[in-house]
Design a binder for this molecule. Structure first.
Ligand code: GTP
Ligand code: MG
Length: 238
């Protein structure tokens, strides 16, 4: 098979689960309840992509599209220090954009074309992909238009991923499923459009003693397994 490039997550167990790390040319989705660690992983990846290739990075910059206002520069500083990087330079290499609504979010991704090559962007993060769409199109009566728009947005991201050979990482929430008394009471938001739109889906959950568990769902390529990781002062760790 082709020589696929990966961005290391900086966590051995997660790289193992992903069989190399975050794949370039694809969309990787992190799913989980609040506090599961989605945003922390996004922070860490926007640092990891900057590392040289022999350290698991791509020697490149990240575009960070923040839809919830949860990006924390201080957290980047901590993660950069823990990896022996210059915190100021590391922050400068993260191109930050706050998306205020779904139209704005799609506009930002559209406009990104102008900056990707100029700034050597090899990772686009959208945290979270879906919250504006859910808020702006509530209820059954808006479901069809919401899904259509979401589909367009995911297509935009796929196009950038393959055209510019970069990785896309998005986050998604879980919501209570109607079959609350049977099986898993939680399911990812975004229905089939998200399920089919994202290449790889990793479900995160909180476990005992502050630990986190990650699992790949519905992947034809990956082995069914779960791995543990932690979130510490240094970032996301084994
Ligand atoms: P939502 O966006 O609310 O859906 O959650 P999320 O999945 O994005 O969670 P997030 O990545 O924000 O994880 C938050 C958790 O990370 C906190 O509850 C802490 O347990 C942990 N965390 C965040 N910052 C630090 C830190 O500086 N030190 C340590 N030890 N843990 C941290
Ligand atoms: Mg978050």
């Amino acid at each position: 098979r082709k020589n696929i490039e990966y961005i290391s997550t900086g966590v051995r167990s997660l790289d193992d689960l992903l069989e190399g790390g975050i794949e370039v040319g694809s969309i990787t989705e992190f799913i989980g309840e609040f506090g599961a660690g989605k945003t922390q992983i996004c922070h860490q990846l926007s640092v990891m992509v900057q590392l040289p290739k022999d350290k698991g990075g791509l020697n490149a910059r990240a575009l960070y599209v923040d839809t919830e206002g949860t990006f924390r520069p201080e957290r980047i500083v901590q993660i950069a220090r823990a990896r022996g990087l210059d915190p100021e330079k590391t922050l400068e290499n993260i191109i930050y954009a706050r998306a205020y609504n779904s139209d704005h979010q799609m506009l930002l991704i559209d406009e990104a074309k102008k900056y990707i090559e100029k700034y050597n962007i090899r990772l686009i993060i959208v945290d979270s992909l879906i919250n504006h769409f859910r808020a702006e199109y509530p209820g059954r009566e808006n479901l069809a238009s919401r899904q259509q728009k979401l589909n367009k947005h995911i297509s935009q991201l796929h196009r950038l991923a393959s055209l510019y050979n970069l990785a896309v990482v998005v986050t998604n929430q879980v919501m209570a499923s109607p079959d609350i008394f049977f099986g898993n009471p939680l399911k990812p938001a975004g229905g089939n459009i998200m399920a089919h739109g994202c290449t790889y889906r990793i479900w995160l959950r909180k476990a005992k003693e502050g630990k986190r568990i990650a699992r790949i769902i519905d992947s034809p390529k990956h082995a069914e397994k779960e791995v543990a990781f932690a979130i510490t002062e240094d970032g996301v760790t084994d």
